[in-house]
Design a protein around this ligand. Structure first.
Ligand code: NAD
Ligand code: WQD
Length: 336
């Protein structure tokens, strides 16, 4: 039994590969390094003294995929590979649909060709669009996405559902991540965004380490506890554990499953800044600015289905998230 991990050199992928290796799975990673470097997986091997097989290549290249499926006894695929920037997706929609939808289709076609029937797909809370109410459970309305990135995730979810209906051998799990943050507790692997970060915690960490001057807080006039946006931040190691739980899912007898991976608790931007300052003892310079286009006021998960069926729940606290994000940033001020 071997697990193919697409995009396994990336942020969530590398942390999940670590957990898979620790659980003695045989792991094959494919990655084109468009948003990562081989260094992340070298560090994974340093942490756990085991190594995945790593092949550089693109999920859109079906001949590359065929070589992979012919070379290894793959039973399951965990599909992380894709492009993930909301703002970039508005400028480069074709690239986003090509990678996230066409790339996924080619992967599915080749899985079917080689009779590989189990797939875990990285989706996102972004498929819920503007929530009608919080917390969001898996039956909440989806599809009101406001950018090509979110729409690409929504479209691919729909494709997966149709494929699972048409092919009774397929077993597909869609994991909708809320806001992944943090890093492995060793500080050896973590999130390494290209250029100026879009996301809150990497931005705060780079202000703390002196790479950026101040944080812009995007709006303080939302109808939330303190006016700033509220999100469900989840530690990346909890997410990694969620993938192991999904892989080992014995309870669900459905062949198409969707699970929210979140903590069930929302935190505002100002609460996050305060937590980061408390844990690191570093003052974060910030300024209140205009709302960011496309942002929603608040969003958090009802993660109870994952607990009931996968036996998984997030264990790590906001303090753990801040401590581990900072430990990674401090040890790797310029990333990998
Ligand atoms: P990431 O960019 O760090 O990792 C994605 C990896 O896929 C990178 O290593 C990249 O080089 C690789 N890749 C991209 N296109 C590829 C292709 N065509 N062929 C082969 N490799 C390719 O992103 P991440 O944060 O680890 O996210 C992993 C997945 O989870 C993505 O699908 C993302 O959309 C999804 N997701 C991420 C978040 C988040 O906030 N980080 C939230 C929800 C969902
Ligand atoms: C969090 C909060 C901002 C940066 C995005 C994607 C989503 C998913 C996760 C992939 C918001 C505020 C942020 C800053 C700020 N990714 N903020 N100053 O927007 O919830 O989700 O990443 O699937 O699809 O949309 O995350 O970290 O960007 O923002 O005030 O410099 O922090 O307004 O309230 P978001 P984020």
């Amino acid at each position: 039994m071997a697990i193919l991990v697409t995009g396994g050199a990336g942020y969530i992928g590398s942390h999940t590969v670590l957990r898979l290796l620790e659980q003695n799975y045989k792991v094959i990673v494919i990655d084109n390094y468009s948003n990562s470097s081989p260094e992340s997986l070298k560090r994974v091997s340093e942490i756990c003294n085991r190594s995945p097989i790593v092949q550089q290549g693109d999920i859109c290249d079906r001949y590359f995929l065929r070589k992979i499926f012919e070379s290894y006894p793959i039973t399951d695929v965990i599909h992380f590979a894709g492009l993930k920037s909301v703002s970039e997706s508005c400028v480069k929609p074709i690239e986003y649909y090509h990678n996230n939808v066409c790339g996924g289709m080619i992967l599915l076609e080749e899985m079917q060709r080689y009779c590989v029937n189990r797939l875990i797909f990285s989706s996102s809370a972004t498929v819920y669009g503007e929530p009608e109410r919080v917390p969001l459970d898996e039956l909440s309305k989806v599809g009101g996405t406001t950018n090509p990135y979110g729409t690409s995730k929504y479209i691919f979810e729909r494709i997966l559902e149709d494929v699972s209906i048409a092919n009774p051998k397929m077993n597909i799990t869609v994991l909708r991540y809320f806001n992944p943050v943090g890093a492995h507790q060793s500080g050896k692997i973590g999130e390494d965004p290209n250029g100026i970060p879009n996301n809150l915690i990497p931005f705060i960490s780079q202000v703390a380490v002196g790479r950026l001057e101040y944080l812009s807080v995007f709006g303080n006039d939302y109808l939330t506890i303190d006016g700033t946006g509220v999100r469900d931040y989840i530690h990346v190691m909890d997410l990694a554990d969620g993938h192991i739980a999904a892989l080992e899912n014995k309870k669900s007898n459905r062949r198409f499953n969707i699970y929210n991976l979140g903590t069930g608790v929302g935190h505002s931007v100002l609460e996050i800044i305060a937590a980061f300052e408390r844990i690191t003892k570093i003052n974060i310079n910030y300024k209140i600015k205009e709302r960011r286009a496309g942002d929603i006021a608040e969003c958090w998960a009802d993660p109870s289905l994952a607990e009931k069926e996968l036996g998984w729940k997030a264990l790590r606290s906001i303090d753990d998230m801040m401590r581990d994000s900072w430990s990674w940033q401090k040890k790797n001020p310029n990333g990998y």
